[in-house]
Ligand binder design. Structure first.
Ligand code: FPP
Length: 229
């Protein structure tokens, strides 16, 4: 969800107003994505690297997170949305974690779309944490090294038992993956847009989905058209 700051600057507003507008847009797009029948929507809300921002901005983002967890509960229940988080939550301040945990618990039985926030998330960190968990299982004799394959490894990631993402969207014109779902996006289709996150509307999401629908996914194989020819 990149570009809140630049959106705010272009509107002669404060950066935090950009983040507030960004949070509002999460609400709009969650409802829209859920109505479209998307199964899992994962949003990169705060990276491991984002702690290096000015303290005032980090503090405000954590407060926004707390308010978000409280305010969206009703909507999640109304839309049958299940909220989850990925990332290392141990560093998220307790006041925000408490409300996140409440919303996660409250929505845990919902059967509709999973809205997953990546918080204090970094893909390399996720893989190192997974590796430590695997090493502990091996050391305890519950897992044999020869039993570890790609599927087993994925079971130790934060996204355990979820399908890989089909489409990764990055807003604001940046052409990087920035340590996001590196394992999971091995075969994802990428879509980059110049739009800043607060202006990434329902119409823009539809454009991304339509572009995705025109892609031919081969997963390392050959074109199905070629196979038939
Ligand atoms: C990156 O854009 C965005 C973030 C680091 C934070 C994303 C946060 C939100 C969308 C709102 C708060 C989230 C929740 C879940 C309440 P940027 O700020 O770096 O923008 P810039 O690159 O233009 O400066």
């Amino acid at each position: 969800m990149d570009g809140n700051g630049r959106w705010a600057k272009a509107q002669r507003k404060l950066r935090i107003q950009g983040h507030r507008e960004g949070a509002k847009n999460i609400r709009t797009l969650t409802t829209f994505a859920s109505d479209l029948g998307i199964e899992i929507l994962t949003l990169y809300a705060f990276s491991k690297e984002n702690w290096s921002r000015p303290k005032a901005e980090v503090d405000l983002l954590m407060k926004l997170l707390k308010l978000y967890a409280i305010r969206e509960r009703g909507l999640f229940m109304k839309n049958n949305v299940q909220m989850k988080v990925i990332g290392d939550l141990s560093q998220i301040p307790a006041f925000a974690r408490k409300e996140l945990d409440r919303t996660i618990e409250l929505t845990s039985k919902n059967t509709g779309m999973i809205l997953q926030l990546a918080l204090n998330y970094g893909s390399r960190d996720e893989m190192v944490r997974a590796t430590k968990k695997i090493a502990a299982e091996v050391a305890a004799g519950r897992l044999k090294p020869e039993e570890i394959d790609e599927n087993r490894f994925a079971d130790f990631l934060d996204t355990a038992h979820q399908p890989d993402p089909d489409l990764l969207i990055r807003t604001s014109g940046e052409l990087r993956i920035s340590n996001y779902l590196l394992w999971q996006c091995a075969y994802a289709e990428f879509y980059f847009t110049e739009k800043f996150w607060p202006e990434f509307t329902e119409k823009e999401l539809m454009k991304a989905i339509e572009a995705y629908q025109k892609r031919e996914r081969r997963f390392g194989g050959i074109s199905s058209r070629k196979t038939m020819a």
